[in-house]
Design a protein around this ligand. Structure first.
Ligand code: FPP
Length: 264
């Protein structure tokens, strides 16, 4: 069964906390790009005396909810930190579970992405990704490449510093001239070339760190940290993050609200 992510109608029940939050959202000022550090799967499992892999399984359900909620709200780009360079240091069994969950997600959700006009994009170092997962990723990226409603960006085998170094190496190989190197040009060599920087970065499970995620791109991003563990993350948490984000004044280093100036 595939279902359409229509509007918020029928998705948000009247009289609930979610409905109250929706009332507070200014839909003309939504963050264009939301990035999420999905953390706390292990702790969620430990609290229930379950193996860590069960936390990751529950975490993939939260991924589905976050994608649907973001699309319905009208977010244009959603980036999820699904596997970091550092995640390879975990026990083999856990690493294998993470990749096989991703493969399962792609197999199950590719039709949902397609039917809801969602595009999949991968950032990170593809060569290190297990072959079968890589093949599935390429298939879904190809399948959804013309979709327009929202782009789901999966950060896989990703590290911010490594991405910056890869960009520098590419620039050297292409013999960029010193005088032409500026922020704009450099951004075009990053994995995120062509994507706007995140407006809002959400991190679950209370940690106050960037953990090597989108280091260049998050220069002016608003950070929102919640104690909620990723497997417990629901549409209400995304709504709360957006409501809080909209209460903030983004100055981009200037003196007054400069969101529009910066983007022009
Ligand atoms: C952090 O929890 C989460 C991860 C390392 C991976 C995130 C992966 C998923 C949500 C599942 C698969 C992804 C997709 C896109 C279907 P942690 O293990 O670091 O938690 P802890 O800090 O409590 O130990």
């Amino acid at each position: 069964m595939f279902f359409m992510f229509d509007t918020l109608e029928g998705y948000i029940q009247p009289g609930t906390v979610e409905a109250e939050l929706v009332q507070q959202v200014d839909f003309s000022r939504l963050p264009v790009h939301v990035a999420i550090i999905m953390d706390g799967n292990g702790r969620w499992a430990r609290q229930r005396n379950l193996p860590r892999t069960e936390g990751h399984k529950a975490g993939s359900e939260s991924v589905k909810e976050a994608v649907e909620a973001a699309a319905r709200l009208g977010i244009k780009y959603l980036t999820l930190y699904a596997f970091s360079k550092e995640n390879w240091k975990r026990p083999k069994d856990e690493v294998n579970t993470l990749w096989s969950l991703l493969k399962k997600y792609l197999a199950e959700e590719s039709k949902v992405l397609l039917e809801n006009d969602l595009k999949l994009k991968v950032i990170g170092e593809r060569t290190g990704i297990p072959y079968l997962v890589r093949r599935e990723l390429a298939r879904v990226e190809r399948l959804t490449r013309n979709n327009k409603r929202m782009t789901v960006i999966l950060a896989l085998n990703y590290g911010g510093r490594q991405e910056i170094l890869r960009a520098i190496k590419k620039m050297i190989r292409r013999k960029s001239r010193t005088e032409e190197v500026d922020e704009n040009l450099f951004s075009r060599y990053l994995d995120t070339a062509g994507l706007p920087d995140p407006d809002l970065l959400i991190r679950t499970s209370g940690e106050m760190r960037l953990s090597n995620f989108l280091l260049w791109q998050c220069a002016y991003t608003e950070l929102w940290v919640t104690p909620v563990l990723w497997p417990d993350f629901r549409r209400r948490d995304l709504l709360q993050a957006i409501v809080d984000y909209q209460k903030r004044e983004r100055r981009f280093g200037g003196l007054e609200s400069a969101a529009n100036n910066h983007r022009s």
